[in-house]
Design a protein around this ligand. Sequence first.
Ligand code: WTA
Length: 647
Amino acid sequence: MADQAEWVKRPEAAIAAARCTETEYDALYARSLKDADGFWAEQAERLDWIAKPSTIADWSFDPVAIKWFSDGRLNICHSAVDRHVENGHGDAIALIFEPDDPKSDARQITYADLQREVVKMANTLKTMGVEKGDRVTIYMPMVPEGAFAMLACARIGAVHSVIFGGFSPEAIAGRVEDCESDWIVTADEGLRGGKRIPLKANVDKALEKVSVKAVLVLRHTGGDIAMSEGRDHWYHELSEGVSDSCPCEPMDAEDPLFILYTSGSTGKPKGVLHTTGGYAVWTETTFRYVFDYRPGEVYWCTADIGWVTGHSYIVYGPLLNRATALMFEGVPNYPDHDRFWAVCEKHRVNIFYTAPTAIRALMREGAGHVAKHDLSSLRLLGSVGEPINPEAWRWYHDHVGRGEAPIVDTWWQTETGGIMITTLPGAHDMKPGSAGKPFFGIVPELVENDGVVLEGKAEGNLCIARSWPGQARTVYGDHDRFVQTYFSTYPGKYFTGDGCRRDEDGYYWITGRVDDVINVSGHRMGTAEVESALVLHPKVSEAAVVGYPHDIKGQGIYCYVTLNAGEEPDGDLEAELRQWVRKEIGPIATPDHLHFTPALPKTRSGKIMRRILRKIAEQEYGSLGDTSTLADPGIVDALIETRKGNA
Ligand code: WTA
């Protein structure tokens, strides 16, 4: 448990410059609970509304119906782009693009440029036939056109569904089909660490399974690709001569803004749906307070726009705040392990937001790579995606932050739309490994398995007692699944799927997922998805997948595999199964460890004992618990022997 020794004081400079001091945080937090309507109406004032909302909070968790600002009308693209130009900030830099190859030129995109680009993309989408309410799939590399496409959809009222560029054709097909998307925006190829990613070829393969009306293709690398006559259009051709005006479509606050697929405990990934007004207010407010952003500063979030972090903290949050956001196409270790720090130095980055897995990987390469660069511009660091171990926290703080820059460890989820628990840089001292305090309006609860809510210092399942503006509204096309997944375990509360403890200072420590979701390099993965992929292989009869500790990735993917009678495991089959899962889901799901076993431990009723499999993968043989209810307890000993032999 935390003691005084674990505190890291926020620097005087952060307190002096803070938008929100500790006293102000306490007052604002109290008000956000006591007078939620007044508080959120005030925050919403910073956006441009076509019709100001008079209804603010309007929600229930039992039955589940969530609305915020429901009679308000706005267009998020107008608030993120156009109004800054109208207010005389057209020359301010909106995006800095740093390409994969450091020898290629960086690009600076002003707010005026951004407006022109978004209008061009929006009118091109309209030329293809996209209308308000249509779902548009975006499968793009980390280039500014990815952000243009998102904002263009928002501008015309289309709903974007961004798919991370690392997903396979199978995954694309499943997502296109699930949200009945008739349009895809992609590029010829992506570039990452000098390697080409065959984006258009992946789309072509996906479109052997599902069909769409049109595909818009950005020429990025100039690589050779196939274009299907009538279906595929080059962006540079189709956008030629489109009008340079495209008014922002007036949207109801509760009109859908985007769908983003994310993994859960069971079944296929869910299309989490976010709506316009609440998401805009939430990303604007969290970005403003958590990063304490000031005009002129350069902010860099290293996420990909294919994940929620990219949506909320590369595109919407920063642009709503008229920030300068850096977009990086590449990877941390190309051309060398100092690339992040070289980019920070080159663009004089002030605020840097990344994931623990990247910090751990760079830490392993040594602080020498950091020392080569002048990082004096950095004044605030952030972490997101998984628990950060105190050792990595210290390294990040001491070397990257020169022992001065505060760290915000931000806990949140695709479903929460934006940051939920974090310290604020000028308000709170830090504890390495703890996310800290709830953001305005957030009431975390720690709940025991039987539903009892724990008070004070405690550990339990993390629930959120009240709605907040950025909360997901539903799962696209399956509201029952939304209700079941998040609101049925503890009726009347939103259940996060995470375990958590609260210490004597009211700081929250996320302990990791308590369900069958694992977090691999900060990427969320359902063990059931990997299992389904494995059993599709003709030689596999059964599979059980669990997470296990991994030095760099946080968690690795451990697969127990039972083969069909007569099949023998060998090195070739191992390689083949790895390749198979990559093909079915994508490289991020590549198994780290395959454990062939003649059988899996099951209860007499046939249920796989995952708890035991998890412990064996973790090499925690002493705490297997009761194995007497197993149909064949002998299997456990055999599994342990193999694990020891392989360890
Ligand atoms: C985990 C990413 C500890 C957590 C924004 C959550 C974290 C899941 C943190 C959501 C953090 C995210 N500390 N754990 N600061 N941030 N997580 O939907 O398990 O990709 O439930 O959203 O990541 O992952 P998702």
